[in-house]
Structures are given as C-alpha cells and as structure tokens.
Design a protein around this ligand. Structure first.
Ligand code: UDP
Ligand code: MG
Length: 322
C-alpha cells in the first residue's frame, strides 16, 4: 500500500508565494511515490491568497484549502491543519520558502527509519536581523532555564509527526499554545534535522515585535511557574533583610547614642517594597489572565470555507474537532 502523507501550511497574506511554493513541493514530493495531500490553512488573509488557493485547488486534486474566518495566529492555524490532516505522517511547514521543500525527502527518510517526531533546527536564518537573532537566542536560554521541557534553540515549526503523535497532540486543548514545547514534551522516538533558513521568497515577515513578544510570553507562562516563584523568593529575601535591619535599629537605639531619624531609609524602602509588590501582582495578573482565557473554553478557531478539488473523497477525519 502506498503510504499517505499530509503537508500542512499556514498562510497569511502570501499571495506571491503560494504558486511557487506549490511547484517546489511538487518537485520534491512527486518523485517519492507517496500519496500526498497539501493542505493550506488560510489564516484570514486580506490579499489575494484565497482566490489563488482556489485556482491551485481546482488545478490539482491533491491540494485542499481551509479558510479561517479571521486571523487566528500561526500556532492556531497550524493546529487547524493538524485537525484536518488524514495522512499517516503529517509535515507542517511555512509557505514562504523559509522551510525548504528540498528537506521533505530527508524528513520522510527519517520517518521511514522509524522516528515518530522529526524536528528541524534552524542553524541560521539568512535574512534575520541582528535584533531578531539575539532576542531569539535569549528567549531559548530563558525558557530552558525556567521550565522543565527542553526546546532546542532554533527549533521551528517545520517538522514531521507520525499519525500517532498527531493524535496525541490533538488531545492538548490549551489556547495559548507553544507548539515547539508541547512537541518536545510528547515523547516518542524523536530526531533532529538541521537546516539553514533562506530569506523569504517574497513578501514580509508576519511577525511583528508585539506578536513575537506575546509568543515568547505564551511559551514561558505555559511551561514555567518560575516567574510566580520569583516574586515569592524576592519577598522572602527582602523579609530577611528587613529583619536584619530591625535588629540593627534596636541595637543602635539601645547600645549607642548615634540613632538618627532615618526618614530617607524609610521612604526608600517603602518605595522599593511598593514597586516589588506591583511587580509581583503583575506576574500573578498575567497568569490569572491566562486562566481566564483558558476557562472560557472558546473554540480555538472557526472555518469560513473549505476548498477541495475533485479527488476521490478524502477519508473522513476521525479525530475530534477542537
Ligand atoms: N502566518 C500565519 N498567521 C499569522 C502569521 C503568520 O498563518 O498570523 C504564516 C505565514 O504566512 C508563514 C508562516 O506562518 O507561512 C510563518 O510566518 P512568517 O514567515 O511571517 O514568520 P517568520 O519566518 O518571519 O518568523
Ligand atoms: Mg518566514
């Protein structure tokens, strides 16, 4: 039996990339002899991405497009792709050519060799700015120091998952999702493939500084309680210091004549404590806000339209929709 592979691609305003990407995937997949489906998840694009997808779907029955009702973000669009994939192996990749389709045969080779999770590691991103490189490396150091999952520096969302791993992943229902961390936590037989990410084929990066920051916060808060503990430890340390100071004040008063009013010290320590309490509250607030988002149990995404070519019906996805 020919094995079935799904390739899922979240796209957001990638009108100049879709056709080129599709051709490149064909170049590397067609000779391999798998039966494959290419699923684009349009994450609420406002350019011509959707009409172009429609043309590609019409032209090639192996291509499907799921159009989300609005922009839900890359991680949610990826989850939607995983929900709809029916392959025995599912590969997720970006649609801007920064995840080179030339690696597809390599990932599949590893899968054939028995690995259930084939994760790629970006050694270098050719067009990344100095700022992006350094903040990204700082982020990976931070998350690895603070949490007990290991996320390799340069980890990307270009990976192959065996159907078993996909089914397990789909049981993770959280809203704020840092898929790289979840996959690391999944277990199974995992392996890594390194690559250098070329510059985007066309268009601009969709990750603004704000989006990157919020993604980083999602990663840290969903895998680490350390910031909460940090406030507790700082409080403890300050408590000890203030206890020592009190002893000193009592000693000065009783045994020396040098007691001074010391209002400046008081004012400074009140300010310091007030500030630290606000920091602590802020950290707690961040987690409470996240609890609020999670307990609402809203659907992760909703679909506007689904485009399929005239292929034989794709086996109905038995996985539960989120
Ligand atoms: N993307 C998406 N929704 C978003 C932002 C991005 O589906 O809200 C897609 C985008 O079209 C691309 C992939 O996610 O296929 C990676 O995004 P991008 O290339 O902008 O990120 P970068 O490579 O700069 O980190
Ligand atoms: Mg990119």
């Amino acid at each position: 039996m020919v094995k079935r592979v799904s390739i899922i691609v979240p796209v957001y305003n990638e009108q100049e990339n879709i056709r080129y990407f599709y051709q490149e995937v064909r170049t590397y997949m067609d000779p391999l002899g798998y039966s494959y489906e290419l699923i684009f998840v349009d994450d609420g694009s406002t350019d011509n991405t959707a009409p172009i997808l429609e043309q590609v779907v019409r032209q090639d029955g192996r291509v499907r497009a799921i159009l989300l009702a609005r922009n839900f973000g890359h991680q949610i669009a990826l989850t939607c792709g995983l929900d709809h994939a029916s392959g025995e192996a599912v590969i997720s990749m970006d649609g801007d050519m920064q995840h080179p389709p030339a690696l597809l045969p390599v990932l599949l080779e590893k899968w054939e060799a028995g690995f259930e999770v084939v994760q790629t590691i970006r050694l270098e991103t050719e067009d990344a700015s100095w700022f992006k490189k350094h903040t990204s490396s700082l982020f990976y150091r931070l998350i690895n120091a603070m949490s007990n999952v290991y996320v390799a520096e340069g980890g990307s969302d270009f990976r192959l998952l065996d159907g078993k791993a996909v089914a397990t992943f789909l049981r993770f229902k959280e809203r704020a999702r840092f898929i790289r961390g979840l996959i690391g936590d999944l277990g199974y037989r995992q392996t890594f493939v390194e690559f250098t990410a070329p510059p985007r084929h066309a268009g601009k990066s969709k990750f603004s500084l704000r989006k990157m920051l919020s993604f980083a916060l999602d990663g840290i808060t969903s895998f680490s309680k350390m910031p909460l503990r940090f406030a507790f430890y700082v409080g403890l340390l300050l408590g000890l210091i203030s206890f020592g100071l009190t002893l000193d004040v009592v000693y000065t008063k009783l045994f020396t004549t040098g007691a001074v009013p010391g209002w400046a010290t008081i004012a400074a320590s009140v300010l310091l404590l007030g500030g630290l309490q606000l920091v602590g509250l802020g950290i707690i607030g961040e987690y409470v806000g996240r609890i609020f988002e999670e307990v609402k149990h809203r659907p992760l995404y909703w679909v506007k339209d689904e485009l399929r070519g005239n292929v034989e019906a794709i086996p109905k996805n038995k996985r539960m929709a989120l």
